[in-house]
Structures are given as C-alpha cells and as structure tokens.
Write a protein that binds this ligand. Structure first.
Ligand SMILES: C=CC1=C(C)c2cc3[nH]c(cc4nc(cc5[nH]c(cc1n2)c(C)c5CCC(=O)O)C(CCC(=O)O)=C4C)c(C)c3C=C
Ligand SMILES: [Fe+2]
Ligand SMILES: [Fe+2]
Length: 322
C-alpha cells in the first residue's frame, strides 16, 4: 500500500484585502459545523451585516500581521508540510505529504488530487487541531466525506481525531515554554488561552472544552507548576451567545488586581501562528493587560515548524501506520 499524509488546517484569506477576507469569511461562515443557525435566519444576517462590516475591519487586522511571503498561517503551514516531508524521508519513510485547508486555497480537494496522482491508496488525514471540536475536526471529516462521494475507489483512511493528551505534543509545548523562560525570564503566571466555541456546542456533546482543560493539566504537570501559577481561558468570541468561559480578555483586565504583574501567554489550540494569536493575543490582549496595571507581557509563539512539533507529527503518523 502507498500511504500519503494529508495535513489540514483552517485556511486564511489569499490577501489582506476586504474582497479576499469577504470571500474567505463567506465560505467559512456558511459551514453548518461552524454556524448551525437555520439558513433562513443566518443568511440575511451574514450577507446583510456581518460580511459587509466585518470584512473591511478584519482586513485591516490581517494587514497588521501579514508577512512578506503571505498570511502567517499559510507560510507556517507550508513550512510544516516541507519539514514533515523531510523528517519522514530522514526516517526512511517514503510518504507524500500534502496540505489542504478547510476554507480557501489550497483546498482539501486539491491536496487529495496531489496524493492520488502519486498513487496513494491509504491516507492519514491529520487535522492540525490538537483538541477535537465539531467546528474544526468534524468539518474536516465532512470535507473528506464529500470528496469521497465522487470516488469509485476510496483509499483506506486513518483520521486523527485529536491529540490533546499525546505525549509528544505536551512535551513540545513544555520545551517551548522552558526555552521561552530561558530566553526572556519567567512571569508570575502562565496563561493558557484556547480558541473558544459556543457553550451550547459543549452542552450538545462537543468534548473540546474538556480536552483543553486536560491539555492544560498535563502541561502544568510537565512544567511542575503550582495551581496558582497557571490558568486556562478561552478567546476569539464571535456573536452574542455565551461561549466557553473564562474569557481571555476579561481575565486580562482582572489579573493585575490579583497581583499578577508579569504574564506569559501560550495558545495551545493553535498549531500555527495566525490572526488569532499574533493580533488578538500578542497585540490586543497585551494592551488590555498593560492598561489594567500589568507590567510585563510575553506571548509564547505557536509550535509552528519547530523541531519538536514536526517530531510529534512523525510520531502521530507512525502511530497511525502501526
Ligand atoms: C463563527 C464561529 C467560530 C467558531 C465556532 C470557531 C472555532 C474555531 N476556530 C479555530 C481556529 C481559527 N479561527 C480563526 C479565525 C476565525 N474564527 C472565526 C470564527 C469561529 N471560529 C472567524 C470569524 C475567524 C476569522 C477572523 C475574524 O473574522 O475574526 C483562525 C485564524 C485564521 C487566519 O487566517 O489567521 C484560526 C486558526 C479553532 C481552533 C476553533 C475551535 C476549536
Ligand atoms: Fe448565504
Ligand atoms: Fe475561529
């Protein structure tokens, strides 16, 4: 059997312009796994208010974090793909690695096409979401299932559901925190900020929140942190309903009053830096913390293409092969 790896992430606009952001948001926010309101209610709101007003505003934010070679999420994802390909080769494993995005380009369909052209008849789909959520992981599965509807001969499938407690992931996070402390000194607290989801999703069975808390506990154990030295929060709320709590931004405004003046922040749910880490956490939330009386704020970058992260991906692939 010829096995191929399909790395998947969320996707990102093709340019930091209002038009490109609108196209990206439109595809993203039409996904029923992300917004599950009836279309008769949601579409008028989306087309009439959210896309026209949010796209130009968010395009400006993308402009503030855009790298010379593109959107950070895309640049990092390409580096991850190349590094994983190389690492597998170095292990003597001959396996093509393709990259697909849930929204925008390269699509999951184009990635599958590449693997198919290389004779792949078994696919390891690796969504780069450490914690399972219906809004991310299940949506990747939907895309895959839609593609397979057109295939006469489906490849065998291994689908990585989550890796929130995988030892290689926890180790990679712990190494990255320790390296950060060595280079920049250590704060009074390590805040673990995860992308949020609507609380309703959790009530309906999404294990995302529980998996985030488990990741935090395991990381705190690996770093030998006392309970008062770490905290879990949830960021990136969208819309008016309640999301997982405690909220990151509200926490930033309270921490200095609790005596936390020096803060380190890590975002374990993001396998690649993106708008939500580089702008929302490294910029907006830093401002909130400093305004509330905080003195020192460090954002610890996502694992991106660092060696331990790529090693973890190799180990996940080998686990699936076994
Ligand atoms: C509408 C509701 C949203 C849910 C539910 C949601 C879950 C979710 N998202 C990520 C990872 C990323 N989200 C990113 C951007 C982003 N997310 C939403 C909305 C929801 N996300 C929006 C509208 C946007 C676009 C930006 C904006 O308009 O605010 C990104 C960054 C993409 C980039 O280009 O840099 C990532 C990554 C996770 C992990 C998650 C649930 C677990
Ligand atoms: Fe619509
Ligand atoms: Fe999101």
């Amino acid at each position: 059997m010829k096995t191929g790896v399909l790395l998947v992430n969320l996707g990102t606009p093709s340019a930091p312009t209002s038009a490109a952001v609108k196209a990206f948001l439109s595809q993203f926010l039409h996904d029923h796994r992300v917004v599950d309101l009836p279309r008769s209610l949601w579409c008028p709101l989306l087309h009439g208010i959210i896309l026209p007003f949010r796209a130009p505003k968010v395009a400006k934010l993308y402009q503030s974090i855009w790298w010379p070679d593109g959107s950070p999420l895309m640049v990092v994802s390409r580096r991850q793909q190349a590094a994983l390909q190389q690492a597998l080769q170095d292990e003597g494993i001959d396996m093509p690695v393709a990259l697909g995005m849930s929204y925008g380009e390269p699509s999951i369909g184009s990635a599958w096409q590449q693997l198919k052209e290389q004779g792949t008849d078994r696919v390891i789909v690796l969504p780069l979401y450490p914690q399972y959520s219906v809004s991310t992981t299940a949506s990747v599965f939907d895309s895959w299932a839609r593609l397979m509807k057109k295939e006469r001969r489906m490849p065998a499938l291994r689908f990585v559901h989550d890796y929130h407690d995988f030892s290689g992931y926890i180790q990679a996070l712990a190494d990255s925190v320790r390296a950060h402390w060595e280079a920049h000194g250590r704060g009074d607290m390590l805040l673990l900020s995860y992308h949020g989801i609507p609380k309703r999703f959790e009530n309906e069975g999404d294990p995302y929140g529980q998996q985030c808390h488990r990741t935090s506990e395991l990381l705190a154990q690996a770093l030998e942190l006392e309970p008062h030295q770490w905290r879990t929060t949830f960021q990136s709320r969208f819309g008016r309903e309640e999301w997982l709590k405690p909220y990151t931004d509200k926490t930033m405004e309270k921490l200095p009053q609790e005596g936390i003046k020096k803060l380190d922040v890590i975002c374990p749910a993001f396998s690649a830096d993106c708008l939500e880490t580089l702008e929302e956490i490294a910029e907006q939330n830093q401002e909130l913390f400093l305004k509330a009386g905080g003195e020192q704020y460090h954002y610890i970058p996502a694992l991106n293409d660092n060696q331990a992260h790529i090693r973890m991906m190799v180990d996940l692939v080998c686990r699936e092969l076994a």
